[in-house]
Design a protein around this ligand. Structure first.
Ligand code: SF4
Length: 305
């Protein structure tokens, strides 16, 4: 809300929108939509994913640091997307198909799927987890934000909800939003990148958390205006003090039976940022000894971790 979008951004968006035929041709290789996903962690929400090529190459799980290529397979196994069912069912195929990769085309394809996703189920608005795999920044983020705005407006109108609900979903007041995602591109852009225009006013239809690997990165991302999520070796309890007024909260899906649909902590970026709340995730999946070895290695190496 604080950083104005250039008024011509909407016109630019429209001008570069590919034709429906181009999107239909590209979408198979670039994006997927899982409606009312059966994902055990999120619960039944809509989930989109796009190709791994859109991810930040600086993400510590994208590949091993230079000189340590022999760890490449292990590093990639730590990526949440690459190790899960989503990768087996969709990611592998997306990567194979995305020949001549173009991240803006990928964003248009993901946006097209968001625009056709079902928004109401059993009388309730369906949450939207934006790119469970993949990432976006700059113009691509703006394309996706515009589609999410349309998604939110459709759900709000279909359910005939009061205006204050819409304001909450658009990040204009504290509260849980309908759509959420994480980004490793937090140094490349700022939260205003994820805004869309609603009646000429910049709004934030999606709760975006900066994915961080160290507490120092949390401080830096927060200074840049982001709400944050932090990967930790292990949880020390449900909450942890992280210094400088930051309080880490262990993801309840990792410590109990709660699902994202019921938790909603990641869907409140505005509140998390203002209250300095950091969502903490224990390193996903792979054998702990190997994980810790890798973390020590990359920290010593001075790379981003
Ligand atoms: S903190 Fe809550 S919303 Fe975020 S990933 Fe964990 S369960 Fe889902």
């Amino acid at each position: 809300m604080n950083i104005p979008i250039k008024s011509r951004s909407r016109i630019e968006l429209e001008r570069t929108r590919p034709t429906a035929r181009t999107i239909l041709r590209d979408v198979e290789g670039y994006a997927r939509l899982s409606q009312l996903s059966g994902n055990a962690k999120t619960g039944p929400v809509n989930v989109t994913m796009t190709t791994h090529e859109t991810c930040d190459k600086g993400c510590p799980w994208y590949g091993a640091p230079e000189g340590h290529e022999k760890y490449n397979r292990l590093v990639k196994r730590l990526c949440y997307f690459l190790q899960g069912n989503s990768w087996n069912q969709n990611g592998r195929y997306l990567r194979q198909q995305a020949q001549g990769f173009d991240r803006i085309r990928a964003a248009w394809c993901e946006a097209a799927l968001i625009r056709v996703a079902r928004v109401v189920h059993a009388g309730l608005a369906v949450g939207l987890r934006v790119h469970e795999g993949g990432d976006a920044y700059g113009y691509a983020a703006r394309i996706i934000a515009a589609a999410v705005l349309a998604y939110v407006l459709r759900a709000w109108r279909e359910l005939g909800l009061p205006e204050r609900q819409l304001h909450q979903w658009l990040g204009m007041r504290h509260g849980r939003q309908l759509a959420w995602t994480y980004t490793h591109h937090w140094r490349r852009c700022d939260p205003a990148n994820w805004q869309a225009e609603y009646h000429g006013v910049p709004v934030s239809p999606i709760s975006v958390l900066a994915s961080c690997e160290t507490v120092e990165h949390v401080y830096e991302a927060h200074d840049r205006g982001w709400a944050t999520a932090l990967v930790v070796d292990r949880h020390n309890g449900p909450t942890d003090y992280l210094g400088r007024g930051f309080r880490g909260i262990a993801c309840p899906a990792q410590t109990s039976d709660v699902q994202c649909r019921d938790c909603g902590l990641c869907m409140q970026s505005k509140r998390n940022r203002d209250l300095r709340l950091v969502v903490m995730f224990e390193v996903h999946g792979s054998p702990r000894a190997m994980t810790e070895k890798l973390i020590t290695l990359t920290k010593k190496d001075g790379t981003q971790l």
